[in-house]
Structure formats: structure tokens, C-alpha cells
Design a protein around this ligand. Sequence first.
Ligand code: ZN
Ligand code: ZN
Length: 447
Amino acid sequence: MSSSFKFICYHFFIIILHVFAATQILSSSTHNSSFNNFLDSAKNPEVYDWMINIRRKIHENPELGYEEFETSELIRTELDKLSIPYKYPVAITGVIGFIGTGLSPFVALRADMDALSMQEMVEWEHRSKVPGKMHACGHDAHVTMLLGAAKILKQHEKEIQGTIVLVFQPAEEGGGGAKKILDAGALENVTAIFGLHIVPDLPIGEVSSRSGPILAGSGFFEAKISGKGGHAAIPQQSIDPILAASGAIISLQHLVSREADPLDSQVVTIAKIQGGSAFNVIPDHVTIGGTFRAFSKESFNQLRQRIEEVIIGQAAVHRCNATVDFLHGVKPFYPPTVNNADLHEHFVNVAVNMLGIDKVDSVMTPYMGSEDFSFYQEVIPGYFFMLGVKNASHKRFESLLHSPYLEINEDGLPYGAALHASLAASYLLKHQRDTVPGVERKYHDEL
Ligand SMILES: [Zn+2]
Ligand SMILES: [Zn+2]
């Protein structure tokens, strides 16, 4: 009884929040009515057909992290056509565009450009033309939607009260491109940043997100466990690294089940094991590797420390030596993705106004995946949300991110473009007086 009462109260509270949010945006949006029809603009064939064409071109030519040279060139060509100035190169292949007055406040919109090392299995006219590479995380759609937003915003440039910074970043998939963009100093003076990710199981025209932690922090590790190889029939003359690796793998599973607070979500997965090449030979060494995830820095650091201790300790139990590499140079740790509370309110206002209350899930369940958008959020208030691109006709295989069968519904593209545009334009409208003294001319100097 009491739990169902709580459930009703909770939902009543959410409805009240939504109604309040909708009222707020309706009153604030009267300041500038031309920002209200961004979705109509994005659905207009002039923008829609142009976006579809761009998305298919990028999909046909997927490029991996820090190799997005042709994708970057396509972006710059379109920005040139739109007369949008940009900086290039930033972080190897990155492009940073600017729309608006060139003065503060500055708000950023981010899209990632990289594809994955996998073979596309979808048979369609615009499938990947590069063997072993595929846009299976929808970053082709992300680039397209940001260009769509740029096209719409450029048409309203005179009404924009500040500067919108378009961030086309490389290498989200493990390469930490976001960190490189920040290290290049490309986002100084930016006071808010928005990013989105497509979700293939959320219907078109729907979005979801939440305030606070939404995606986990993630790290990777690889351990080499060394023993002494020999004849499999004479084990007493060898030191068996396979048994040591087995002990380590089992013990690593106890970190989450026995050491972590059950209410603090964490993951340790061994996803890789390599060792031995014959049925009758004990190998010299075994390599194991995997990933670990957590929502707080404390839990994350604790896991990192214990993974190293457990592998080295278990190797020692079996008379082996072990080294653990956290792969910092190749796969930087990604912090948890944590949404700013004020920007959450702004997002809900904009999304409810554009899509309707029933299309906005503002209390999304957090997810153990990770995103390098979190690097921006460590230094700039940031907000990340999920956008529906469900393909209703997709029956044969479940459409998932990182699946070779991923098919997205391109009808979702106008929604992403319009939300990007509206989030940025209305943010500037709201913060037009929050100028930072002395930095107003910086963007012109940088260009
Ligand atoms: Zn991905
Ligand atoms: Zn992705």
C-alpha cells in the first residue's frame, strides 16, 4: 500500500514539475517568437533533405578516432557554404564553428565524429563502403544534427544574443577527443555546453535525461601474468599462469559483490583473455583485460587500486608475477557524466515546449555506459541527453548501439537539430547580461 501511495505522489510531483516547466518556457519564449519554430524549420525539405544527404555520405565513409579527415573536410565545406567561420585543426581533425555576435556569453553544442572498427551487416543502399569500419554509435547522425542546427541558427544569426560555439570533436570512442579539445584551449569563456546521443529504442520525437549522474566513469586495464612454461603432463616443472589468471578473474568479481556498497552501482568485466596455443603445453604467460565502471570518483579510484592489488596478489598465490597496465596513453579514464541541475531545468523547459510533456522523460535511469562528454563537464557546466531514433520497421534484429545491425530512423534528425538550436539560442537569451569583463573580444582575436 505505502509503496503504491509513494508512486502516485511521486508521479503527481513530476507532472506538477512538467506543467511548471512548460509555463516557464511559454512565458520566456514570448521574448523571441522566431526561436519557436526551429522544429518546423528542421523538418522543412530544404533542411531535412540536406541533412539526410549529409548523414548518408558520412555513413558511407566511416573514419576511426583522430582519422576523421574526410568527415572534417565535409563539415568545413558545409560551414563554408553557410558562411560560418571556424577554427581548424583543433585536436587533429576537430572543427570549432562560431555563430552569433562574437561576444559573450558563449554557449557550446558538441557532436562527435568517429566510427567503430566493425563490419556493417545492414544491407542498404548507403551502407559503409569501408570494410571493417561502421558508424554503429550514430556519430554520423550527431554530426548531421549539429550541422542542421548550424543551418537553422545561421538564418537567425541577427537575433542571437551572444555566440554559439559548434564543437565537432574527434575520437569519442576511447580516444578522449573531448579532453584534447579542452587542452587546445578551444572552449575558454564557454559557460555551458550541450550534447546528445541517439537511442535506437526510444521513439522519434522523444527525449530522456536526468539531473546529476547519468553515465558512469570508465577505465580499461590489461594485465600480463607470467609464470614458467613447460610440458602439460609434468606440471610440477612449470609455473602455470593459466591457473593464476583464473584465480585473478574469480577474485576480481568479488570487488563488486563483496567490497562495494550494493546501492552504489559498479561494474568489473574481464572481456579479454589470451594465453596458450597447444593442448599439451603450459604457456609462459597469460594476458587478461577488461573494463571497470563507477559513478563516483571515490568508487572508481577504489576499484582501480583493488584491481591492481587483486591481480598481483592472485598471481603471487600461484607463484607468478603480474604487471597491470591501465592504458592511460591509449584509453584515458572517462569521468562520470554528471548533468548540471540548472541546465537540466533549461533542457526540460525547451524540450517540453517543443515536444510536449509526455515526450520528455526527465528522470531517466542512469546507465553504466560512458561518454567523453564528461571531460567538458569537469570544467564547464554541461548537459547530455538522449534522443529517440527508433526504427519501427526494424524487425529482424534488435537495433542496438555498437551493433553491426544498427539502423536509425532518419526522421529523428530534425528533432536533434531543432533541440540543439533551441537549447543554445534560448540559453543565450536567458544569459545575455552575464558578460565576463575583458573577454568580449577574445573570440575575434582567436579567429
Ligand atoms: Zn559508442
Ligand atoms: Zn556514441
